[in-house]
Write a protein that binds this ligand. Sequence first.
Ligand code: KIV
Length: 270
Amino acid sequence: MSTQSKARNVTLTTLQKIKENGEKFACLTAYDAGFSSILGDQGVEVILVGDSLGMVLQGHDSTLPVTMEDIIYHMQCVKRGNKGALLMADMPFMSYSSETQTLENAASLMRAGAHIIKLEGGAWIASTTKLLAERGIPVCAHMGLTPQSVNRIGGFHVQGRDTEQAQAIIEEAHLLQDAGANLLLLECVPRSLAKELTNSVDIPVIGIGAGPDTTGQIMVLHDVLGISPISPKFVKNFLIESTNGIPGAIHAYAQAVKNGSFPAEEHCFH
Ligand code: KIV
């Protein structure tokens, strides 16, 4: 493998340039030093310590039980193995419900090694995004299907299917960009909505279950390696065809994202 595919000192500027050049970047979750190191070596630009750890590591049926201590611990592990990827940390459920709590928790994640924090929500997180941005903490706003709201949504369903809802998501994306968000993450929305939204904002959009037209793609590590108990439509197991075990599977994922072959039509919602 050429060293050029390694992720070296990726910053938000790197990601912004990738968008401006019409290229793509790859993101994956990781929760420990070993995988963190493999991901960087195989060309993954962004590593997320996601609250998905509640489901794939801890065995819960949602992300709600995940605590700040959990994310801090796993971020410290990922940071030790990091080879130059941009590290993103999830703010877990109810960890950003007041200004003081938000600032203290975001600061703890940055001290643990995060370069950017991720919050779930739409218009209602615009003031929180502004609060953090003004204090120098970069924000990724997670929109569309927001798993921390699973009980309000009524399940892990595709969002933005009707025109009114799709329009609202686009308006909220602009609100969050104006509030200072550096990245948007769009989960489980129709391909056409993700494409329109990506083209209408200046900042990079990362998709999961949102089709191939976003600037970046993200997946849960366990899904890419085929070890999750459930396999939604947008998931592809890259380990099956790997001739070089786990590093080969991660490399294939990163390359497929960058050359636009993943996600394919069969992974898209319409
Ligand atoms: O927690 C997580 O892993 C996530 C991804 C599904 C994007 O938020």
